[in-house]
Design a protein around this ligand. Structure first.
Ligand SMILES: O=C(O)/C=C/C(=O)CC(=O)CC(=O)O
Ligand SMILES: [Ca+2]
Ligand SMILES: [Mg+2]
Length: 408
């Protein structure tokens, strides 16, 4: 049910940010630099000032331009702040007069990365995506690798190039080799793509040499964002064997500015899809670790795909437990990409590579057609969980492509 707020725009049944959501971000205005805030309707509550005014029950955790210090405090602190903010913003709140002057219109704010990204790992957890890409890259007989049903496959990406939504992205340049060419060449990417993913944010760390259970991993997760793992398919096809993607996915990864907390998504938790083969015990769960979140992709304002987070074969908790299983230390601010989320049909896929089957069937964008991304194109991911009379939304993760830089 919708929790009603005294901020009228938060009571809109189709709004992304009702009181049920309370997502955390970092924003700046003409008056002051980047600071912590929470979204409510079309407003942002300035949490740096709210904390200074003694309204949040926290002490010095919300003054930095990132949520890392607060995330490191752990689930009890997370729950206490959420409870406190719900009280302050609920219809009939006693503190309304103290809170109201600390609200900023979202339209007048600029959003920044909500966390200092410690490290970025990208997984491969959608069976349909893995099957499609495997078929295109390696042939139908080798579509799904033999380890896929047993291991959440991933690779270590680059935290340095994770950017917030609305950041413009330069077309990458790199090395490719045309089909029958003897020598590779170097130049602008010709098959530039998106990947629709959900990013899980690690709140509390784990120690080197100490694996965690899936239940512990679930408790470590602070929240989720939309994530676009921009991909240069022509670079990828040439460079990826035997160590996996490298420069093809290292030039930009965009995330949405608002962290939707695990608490806000709890009413939408669903089990992972049925196992096709039993998992080894360390990857099993006895809780629903997936979420029913509707996702979509827009290209230049036209919706080209719709899918759902439920498609993921491995939940973030399973990925995190696997990540720590060797003894790898996980850090506050680690970002785990889910892997591209794809459904059964081209209009339910999370990449243009799949939607156009390798560029063979162009998309119709209302008169214009596209296979891969052209300079100036704008790609947007959206997502929300649908409740009864309200939604818990992620907002948008968007980016415009600029021409390639000069290169030697
Ligand atoms: O199958 C491959 O060789 C590569 C697949 C990918 O594109 C890697 C990736 O980013 C994983 C994902 O997003 O699902
Ligand atoms: Ca990816
Ligand atoms: Mg990337």
């Amino acid at each position: 049910m919708l929790k009603r707020s005294w901020i009228e725009s938060a009571n809109d049944a189709e709004g992304d940010f009702p009181l049920n959501n309370l997502p955390y971000g970092v924003f700046s205005t003409a008056e002051a630099g980047p600071r912590c805030g929470v979204a409510v309707g079309d407003m942002i509550l300035d949490l740096a000032r709210a904390e200074k005014a003694g309204l949040t029950g926290t002490h010095g955790l919300l003054q930095a331009p990132a949520w890392n210090s607060f995330m490191a405090e752990g689930p009890q602190a997370w729950e206490a702040l959420r409870t406190r903010l719900t009280e302050l913003l609920a219809e009939g709140a006693e503190q309304r007069a103290a809170v109201e002057p600390l609200l900023v219109a979202m339209s007048g704010a600029r959003m920044h990365l909500p966390i200092e990204v410690a490290e970025y790992t990208d997984f491969y957890a959608s069976r349909q995506h893995a099957t499609n890409v495997g078929t295109m890259f390696r042939g139908a007989e080798n579509a799904l690798p033999p380890n896929w049903l047993h291991i959440p496959i991933g690779y270590n990406g680059r935290a340095s190039t994770v950017v917030v939504s609305d950041t413009e992205v330069r077309r990458p340049v790199g090395q490719t080799r045309a089909k029958h060419a003897e020598m590779p060449s170097f130049g602008p990417c010709k098959r530039l793509d998106i990947e629709l993913e959900i990013g899980a944010i690690v709140g509390t760390p784990s120690r080197m040499g100490e694996p965690v259970t899936t239940a512990q991993a679930q408790e470590m997760i602070f929240g989720y964002v939309l994530l676009n793992d921009w991909s240069a398919r022509d670079l990828q096809a040439w460079e990826y064997q035997p160590l996996g993607p490298f420069q093809a996915k290292a030039f930009a990864t965009s995330i949405s500015p608002w962290i939707v907390t695990r608490a806000a998504l709890a009413p939408f938790a669903v089990p992972e899809p049925e196992r096709e083969v039993p998992l080894l015990p360390y990857l099993r769960t006895d809780f629903p670790g997936n979420y029913d979140v509707d996702l979509s992709v827009e290209m230049n304002g036209h919706t080209v795909s719709r899918t759902n987070m439920q498609r993921l074969y491995y939940s973030a908790a399973q990925q995190l437990a696997h990540h720590a299983s060797s003894g790898c230390a996980m850090r506050t601010g680690d970002l785990l990409g889910s892997g591209t989320i794809s459904g059964d049909t081209p209009d339910a896929c999370g990449s243009l590579l799949e939607m156009t089957w390798g560029g063979q069937t162009p998309l119709d964008l209302g008169g214009e057609s596209r296979t891969f991304i052209q300079d100036g194109d704008i790609l947007t991911l959206k997502g929300h969980a649908q409740g009864d009379g309200y939604r818990v939304g992620f907002g948008a993760c968007t980016g415009r492509i600029l021409p390639a830089p000069d290169f030697p």
